[in-house]
Write a protein that binds this ligand. Structure first.
Ligand code: BDR
Ligand code: CA
Length: 315
């Protein structure tokens, strides 16, 4: 059984990942921590509460950061996730939930300390909460089992950014936090656009989910109508990318992926801000700025057909 803290900004693909994880027998969600990103923090927190209540996911929701560490907040991507962060269909209605008492990064620290060596953090959003937890309690870097991140665009599979030619949204939204998290001594696995952009749920598969995936399948189909349009118009894809689901699948089906190790840095200023670069461990330079940085894992290939099949079957 894996003990998981889910850090998330729901978010359509975040909702898809949450409903997948909620049904996995070997995953125990210790907490859901919210964060700004696909919408403002009030909205993502409310969405996390709504999703857990409606779909019977038994984990406290703690409210996290509203702003990145150093840069100004980029506007929410309403054109992708809707005004309500869940496809703009007002599924949440007048639901108002109360987050559990306590601030996300502090609760993260407590949960990690209470379960040393056992907690996996699955981060599907800007990395601000994780960075704040590390600043408050650097020791947690030695106590976490694994940090799994949906984020980055490393260029290994020819794929570059989705919010700039080189940057992926979660990293772009807080590049300083990301650079800090990648360079702490905890073991990180990054699942970036290199692989997640291959994980397309076709419109036909989405329709099948709506027909045969019960209440969850129908809900996911409803919230992803506009999201599919975005992919159709911007990339000519007949379907939508399950970015956050791909990262969740790393926890349950790691053999679907191939990884490469090496230190990671994030550009924190200039035209390429938010770009993620990995130096493979087997690439050796003379004395270089990469020396002494912790080696982390990046997913470079995925069996996307099996991943999508696994997802639809699980739902
Ligand atoms: C990531 O950014 C967010 O919009 C998605 O939820 C996903 O986590 C993809 O770049
Ligand atoms: Ca997300």
């Amino acid at each position: 059984e894996r003990l998981v803290i889910l850090d998330t900004d729901p978010g359509i693909d975040d909702a898809m990942a949450l409903l997948f994880l909620g049904g996995q027998p070997n995953i125990r969600l210790l907490a859901i921590t919210s964060i700004f990103g696909n919408a403002e923090i009030d909205v993502t927190t409310r969405n996390a509460l709504y999703l857990s209540q409606r779909f019977g996911i038994d984990a406290p929701v703690y409210r996290g950061a509203a702003m990145p560490l150093s840069i100004a907040r980029h506007p929410s991507p309403r054109h992708v996730h809707g005004d309500d962060g869940l496809g703009g269909i007002d599924a949440v209605g007048d639901f108002t939930g109360e987050a559990a008492p306590g601030e996300a990064s502090e609760r993260m620290i407590e949960l990690i300390r209470a379960n040393p060596g056992k907690v996996t953090i699955l981060a599907l959003a800007p990395l601000t909460n994780l960075a704040l937890a590390l600043v408050r309690e650097p020791e947690i870097a030695h106590q976490v089992k694994e940090v799994v991140i949906m984020g980055g665009a490393f260029g290994w599979a020819g794929k570059r950014g989705n919010v700039s030619p080189v940057a992926e949204a979660n990293i772009f939204n807080d590049p300083h936090a990301a650079d800090f998290v990648f360079n702490a001594v905890w073991p990180v696995t990054a699942i970036g656009l290199d692989v997640t952009s291959q994980c397309v749920l076709t419109s036909k598969q989405a329709a099948e989910l709506a027909d045969r995936g019960g209440e969850a399948g129908k809900f996911l189909w409803e919230i992803s109508r506009g999201y599919e349009d975005v992919y159709r118009r911007s990339q000519g894809v007949d379907g939508c990318c399950l970015h956050d689901v791909a990262a969740a699948a790393w926890l349950t089906h790691p053999t679907l992926f191939r990884t490469q190790t090496g230190p990671i840095r994030v550009l924190t200023e200039g035209i390429a801000i938010g770009q993620t670069i990995q130096k493979p461990d087997d690439q050796v330079f003379g004395a270089s700025a990469w020396d002494g940085l912790p080696s982390q894992s990046v997913c470079v290939a995925v069996d996307h057909a099996r991943l999508i099949h696994t997802y639809t079957q699980a739902l």
